[in-house]
Structures are given as structure tokens and as C-alpha cells.
Design a protein around this ligand. Structure first.
Ligand code: TYD
Length: 214
């Protein structure tokens, strides 16, 4: 039986992730690949409530509380949505996953990623992505795009330094995980989409070939 596949999309603010996910879903539809699309934090009723606390309420949240809230939402989505989908051999498309925690709550803040990894492993029940597509955008471009859009949530009310830290943090994440592949997000929407599809097909097809030979 087909094993299922976890594909996550990551990247800092203004990297074009939402547009690319929309295009990618159209591509999957065309290909006839069975998938579910989820977002983090969120994707379940509990998770969406946690998302609301994390992103939209003007309350002071302690660092460890924040880490645990992201991971509480994660534990729920793993049990309620991801495990059942994998069992059915589906592709799980995630708009952010644990690499966001490693980047935002870890490297970007200069925090210890080893303790974060333990919490993440607990929340995910050790489930890992098969492929993570990281939309890599230089902080200068990201910041400029965001200023032009002028859209900010609790996590985005931050200056240029935050953008630089985020860019470096995601690069650090990529360096430490061979399943994370960099996509050049400075390119046009069509070119970025093409890079994503090519990278995905290489990995997805090689998994299918392995299954075929088992
Ligand atoms: P969202 O509105 O989904 O933003 P985006 O379009 O950038 O994905 O908000 C999610 C925010 O939560 C985003 O700023 C990144 C942050 N986040 C973390 O800090 N840690 C995490 O583990 C996750 C999943 C998200």
C-alpha cells in the first residue's frame, strides 16, 4: 500500500507562500494526486482556537507558553488529521510545520534548538516531513514587500532585524535537515512554481519507485 507523503511549505513573511500553495494545489488536482491541505497553527478546531490566541489576541505570552501552544496545536493536528491521512496513503500538504518552530522560536531568537526538538518530537510523535520546500527570500526584499502591503499580525509587528533573523534562521534549519530544499523566491510566480514542482516530482517519484521495488 502507498505510504503517504508529508510535504510542507515554509518561508518567512512575504515569500509568496500563499500564492504558491494555491498553485501547487491546482497542480496536484491536475495530476490526480489525492491530498489534504492543512495549515499550522490550526487545521483542527482546537488548533484554530490556539491559533487565535497566538496570532490575534493582544496578550503577553511567555516564550515557553508560546512554544507549547504551537506544539499543542501540532499534537492535535497529528492525531486528528495527519496520521489518518497517511494511513490512507494521502499526500499531506502543510502550510508551515515544525521547521517554523525551529526557525522562529529557535534560531531566530538564538534559543537552544535541542530542547525544541524534544518538544517537537513529542508533539509530532516523531513524524517527519518527506520534503519541505523552503521559499527563500532575502530579508531586504521581504521587508520591502511587507512595508508595501502594510499587513501585520502579532508576529509581524517587527522591524528589519526580525526579517534578517528569520532569513538566517530558515537557512540554518535547511543546513541541518537534508529534507529541506531551498527554492529561490525572488523569481517570478511561474518560475517559483516550476522550481517547486520539479523538486517535488524528484522526491515524490523516487518514493514511489522505492515502494514499487518493495
Ligand atoms: P500566518 O498568518 O499563517 O502567516 P504566514 O502567511 O506567514 O504563514 O501566521 C503564522 C505565524 O506563526 C507566522 O508568523 C509564523 C508563526 N509560527 C511560529 O512562530 N512558530 C510555529 O511553529 C509556526 C507553525 C508558526
Amino acid at each position: 500500500m502507498k505510504k503517504g507523503f508529508i510535504l510542507s511549505f515554509e518561508g518567512g513573511e512575504a515569500c509568496g507562500k500563499t500564492t504558491q500553495i494555491k498553485l501547487f494545489k491546482e497542480y496536484l488536482d491536475k495530476k490526480g494526486i489525492d491530498y489534504i491541505a492543512l495549515r499550522e497553527p490550526g487545521g483542527t478546531e482546537v488548533g484554530e482556537s490556539i491559533r487565535n490566541i497566538l496570532l490575534h489576541q493582544k496578550v503577553d505570552i511567555d516564550y515557553r507558553t508560546e512554544v507549547l501552544l504551537f506544539n499543542a496545536a501540532r499534537a492535535q493536528i497529528i492525531e486528528e488529521k495527519i496520521k489518518p491521512a497517511l494511513k490512507q496513503g494521502k499526500l499531506v500538504l502543510l502550510d508551515r510545520f515544525y521547521h517554523s518552530t525551529l526557525a522562529y522560536q529557535g534560531y531566530a531568537l538564538g534559543r537552544d534548538t535541542n530542547s525544541l526538538k524534544k518538544i517537537i518530537n513529542y508533539a509530532t510523535d516523531e513524524i517527519k516531513t518527506d520534503l519541505t520546500l523552503l521559499l527563500n527570500l532575502p530579508a531586504e526584499v521581504a521587508y520591502q514587500r511587507k512595508v508595501e502591503e502594510n499587513q501585520q499580525d502579532r508576529f509581524e509587528e517587527r522591524g528589519f532585524e526580525f526579517y534578517k533573523n528569520t532569513e538566517n534562521a530558515f537557512l540554518e534549519v535547511a543546513k541541518n535537515d537534508p529534507n529541506v530544499k531551498l527554492i529561490d523566491a525572488t523569481k517570478s510566480i511561474e518560475e517559483v512554481h516550476k522550481q517547486m514542482v520539479e523538486t517535488f516530482e524528484k522526491h515524490y517519484n523516487s518514493q514511489e519507485e522505492q515502494e514499487g521495488s518493495n
